[in-house]
Write a protein that binds this ligand. Structure first.
Ligand code: ASP
Length: 584
């Protein structure tokens, strides 16, 4: 063995013992006849000391060490005179008697400490150096702890981890497939799995009963938001279950993860219906670390000549708003900014009406022309407005108003630090719709994926009013992020075919794309359901990262490039010829 100990474990208890350590040189400094070196490995930092009085040659050698040299030292654990109580090894140092340089290092392109001078692009290019920094290292370690807690929990409950193939058939699950050309059958392609959805269902039909897999999923999507072309799921499926069984099993799993990884007792996880989440929070992933519900005013408004409100209601829309508590003192500029925020093209609201309940007891509004003070106070009642509160009200189509106010709610929370960074809001969203109508084309598409079971009570609307059919689909939301989604699946061939019909998938396409699944349904399919956690996002939230790149060892940039390996890149024309591919 190269070493007897790591750089994170020695303390006063070992004082006097001879040890051998290995690691990277983080820093050297010469001070009054002594040379101090901070030696770093995955486990921590230990201070080394070289004494010029006892061994000039050794001290000279230490003075020549560069940053990130890999060294081995032998020496004695000694009590330090000036202690650093901020680190576990801070009461001791190693008085070195032998120094071996195992490998030299060029000057690294950025400082390898938490407080680094390297920008993200540079750190992605030299990711192996970035991972030496404690912050990233600790996040990867926490991620591993999460996975280990998952294995512990599921293994104890009869789940079997089964690996499913990476080269599969292209199946529509919502996103675009990555394709892999076949060399043996020119013109044919494998697809990389967007998820093992159909395969895990087939494993239920195969009788595996309880399956899970920590698995990579690949989707060739545009890089909206915080996405990676490949990401990891904790993918799970169970036979003979209702939704409640899933809530119990996977609610329990997230509680177990919290306990193991953060030593935190997560309470019972509440359920909110999709319709209510949209109505009160304008989002299917509401952050409930703070309140600020959307209040709808239809039926509560005093009669007025204010056409912005009147027309919205006459056209079947809504008037609704938020109570920004304590924001009555917002300046004109701040109010304008919020107005611009909701006017952004993807929100598309005409603007906001404000009502300010000032500390001096007066009430002022941007719609003063249409409402007298008494009427403004009447509106304020719907919001339980108090002195100091600011009401922000929008009027338009229902979905637009809800979405805009939902975003505005988050924006206000950000500006006012409403979300306690140490609090956790974990909830289930249930009763999603089975289908969605494309706002532009009017086409019906699936809301989650085409294998989700409808609520059997709603089958009566299937032909007449399909968007009214609820699905047995659920999400788990953590601090405003979706971290799990899943459903009870269809296990009957006729219902699956009915859903494909409604989605406009022709009988021919159905057989071509899903024949193997529909066939399997003919041989005895147990009722089943499951879910998948987004491991990256879960790890990001628990480890306190800002993007999922912070918890992935070798991520791509937001534009899909691997800066370290430099991918994607053109390939040799010979490789293309073998695949029967010519480039346009
Ligand atoms: N396969 C689904 C997804 O990737 C999850 C599930 O329904 O289990 O979103």
């Amino acid at each position: 063995m190269y070493r007897t100990h790591t750089c994170g474990e020695l303390n006063l208890k070992s004082a006097g013992t001879e040890v051998t350590l290995c690691g990277w040189v983080q820093k050297t400094r010469a001070l009054g006849g002594m040379t101090f070196v901070d030696l770093r490995d995955r486990y921590g930092i230990t201070q080394l000391v070289f004494n010029n009085d006892t061994d000039v040659a050794l001290c000279d050698k230490a003075n020549k060490l560069g940053r990130e040299f890999v060294i081995q030292v032998k020496g004695k654990v000694t009590e330090r005179t000036s202690k650093n109580l901020n680190i576990p090894t801070g009461e001791i140092e190693i008085t070195v008697s032998e120094l071996n340089i195992l490998s030299e290092s060029e000057v690294p392109p950025f400082i390898i400490e938490d407080n680094t001078d390297g920008n993200e692009e540079l750190r992605l290019k030299y990711r192996y150096l970035d991972i030496r920094r404690p912050q990233l290292r600790d996040r990867l370690i926490m991620r591993a702890h999460i996975v280990s807690a998952v294995h512990q929990y599921l293994d104890a409950r009869n789940f079997i981890e089964v690996e499913t193939p990476l080269l599969i058939k292209s199946t529509p699950e919502g996103a675009r497939d990555f394709l892999v050309p076949s060399r043996l059958v020119h013109g044919s392609f494998y697809a990389l799995p967007q998820s093992p959805q159909i395969l895990k269902q087939l494993l239920m039909i195969a009788g595996m009963d309880r399956y899970y897999q920590v698995v990579r999923c690949l989707r060739d999507e545009d890089f909206r938001g915080d996405r990676q072309p490949e990401f990891s799921q904790i993918d799970c499926e169970m036979s003979y279950v209702h939704q409640e069984d899933i809530f119990e099993t996977f609610g329990g799993m997230i509680q177990h993860i919290f306990k193991q990884v953060k030593n935190y007792e997560l309470k019972e996880i509440p359920k909110i219906k999709y319709d209510d989440a949209m109505r009160y929070y304008g989002s299917d992933k509401p952050d409930l670390r703070f309140d600020c519900k959307i209040v709808e005013l239809n039926g509560l408004l005093p009669a007025s000549e204010f056409n912005v409100f009147n027309n919205a209601i006459a056209n079947g829309g809504i008037v609704a708003g938020l109570n920004a508590k304590g924001c009555a003192t917002y300046s004109r500029k701040q109010l304008d900014e919020l107005g611009e925020f909701v006017k952004a093209p993807h929100r598309g609201i005409g603007g906001l009406v404000n009502i300010r309940f000032n500390e001096d007891g007066t009430v002022k509004s941007s719609a003063d022309k249409f409402f007298n003070e008494e009427q403004l106070r009447q509106i304020g009642k719907a919001f339980d407005a108090q002195k100091g509160d600011l009401l922000l009200i929008a009027a338009d189509k229902t979905s637009k108003v809800r979405r805009s106010l939902g975003d505005l709610r988050l924006e206000l929370a950000k500006r006012n630090n409403w979300a306690d960074p140490n609090a956790w809001s974990v909830l289930w969203i249930v009763d999603f719709p089975l289908f969605e109508k494309d706002e532009e084309t009017g086409d019906i598409t699936f809301a989650h994926h085409p294998f989700c079971s409808p609520h059997l009570d709603d089958m009566q609307y299937f032909d007449t009013d399909p968007t009214r059919v609820r699905a047995q689909t659920y999400d788990m939301v953590m601090n405003g992020n979706e971290i799990l989604s899943g459903s009870i699946r269809i296990h009957q061939k006729d219902i699956q075919e009915k859903v494909f019909d409604k989605l406009g998938i022709s009988a021919e396409d159905r057989d071509k794309k899903f024949g193997f699944l529909l066939n399997a349904f003919r041989y005895g399919a147990p009722p089943h359901g499951g879910c998948a956690f987004g491991l990256d996002r879960l790890a990001m939230l628990l480890a306190g990262g800002e993007t999922i790149r912070d918890v992935i060892a070798f991520p791509k940039t937001s534009g899909g490039r691997d800066l370290m390996m430099d991918a994607p890149t053109p390939v040799d024309p010979k490789q293309l010829a073998e695949l029967g591919i010519g480039l346009k």
